[in-house]
Design a protein around this ligand. Sequence first.
Ligand code: NAD
Length: 270
Amino acid sequence: MNIKNKTILVTGAGSGIGRELVLRLLEKGAKIVALDIREASLQELKKSVGKKADRLSTHVVDISDKRAVESLPKDIALEHGSVDAIVNNAGIIQPFVRVNDLDYEAIEKVMNINFFGTLYMVKTFLPLLLARPEAYIVNVSSMGGFLPVSGQSVYGASKAAVKLLTEGLFAELKGTNVHVSVVFPGATATNITENSGLKESKLQASDSKNQSFVMLPASEAARLIIEGIEKNKPQIYLGKDSKLMSILYRLSPVFATNLIAKQMKSLLPK
Ligand SMILES: NC(=O)c1ccc[n+]([C@@H]2O[C@H](COP(=O)([O-])OP(=O)(O)OC[C@H]3O[C@@H](n4cnc5c(N)ncnc54)[C@H](O)[C@@H]3O)[C@@H](O)[C@H]2O)c1
């Protein structure tokens, strides 16, 4: 899909990959509807784009609040008219513990934001997208959505649900005006741990000391997502880790699972 002059909604726009997406999409001449749960980050975003702010509206919304999501089209219509694309990028990780030690409150929070939040956005906007000449749904899953990562099992389950939902939408919407992409980021340098209300994990601490392990910059993640949208790619893998593990997991799921489990073992609580 050509980006110029399209109205594109991005969730989780206040930070990380979402913020970088907004900056690049504005550069390419899109009008942006930026959504986040954190008002301060949206205000900072608006300030940082200078004159382009006249093509940007910001909306403080918790995507896991179905009613708030359902009232969005009305609010957006006042400023932009219709929306041509939605990028469901907002998400959180879970506390870095085994399922046995994860309480239901944390489990429901992750499922409500990552899976139900994405679903509410899709259900709310799909009828409107079907009425556009050309439209797009991009859902951000994760490498952890196709490959088990110990200490992030429920996060992985929420992202696997996003993966299958999106692949199902791709199949259902074939032959319509609505393109669909699922995104699988590998390790990307953002503040997701802090933004998920968690302290730095042992994994992150070890990553920052391990010079050989380079996370993908969020700006590069955004560039690759936009390239995928421009090429109507059904699946967008971000980073070498995501690409390699997707091949390894298909060749030998047990080997790939054991490999990651071994790496995670020392990082989990005893
Ligand atoms: N960073 C990584 O290594 C990585 C890896 C795989 C997948 N992902 C996925 O990429 C996406 C973007 O993550 P990021 O790394 O840029 O994280 P981030 O924390 O930098 O950005 C996520 C944004 O989503 C917002 N958000 C959280 N809950 C929300 C809610 N209920 N309603 C509205 N907004 C909400 C946050 O306030 C934040 O601004 C997420 O879906 C994440 O799961 C990230």
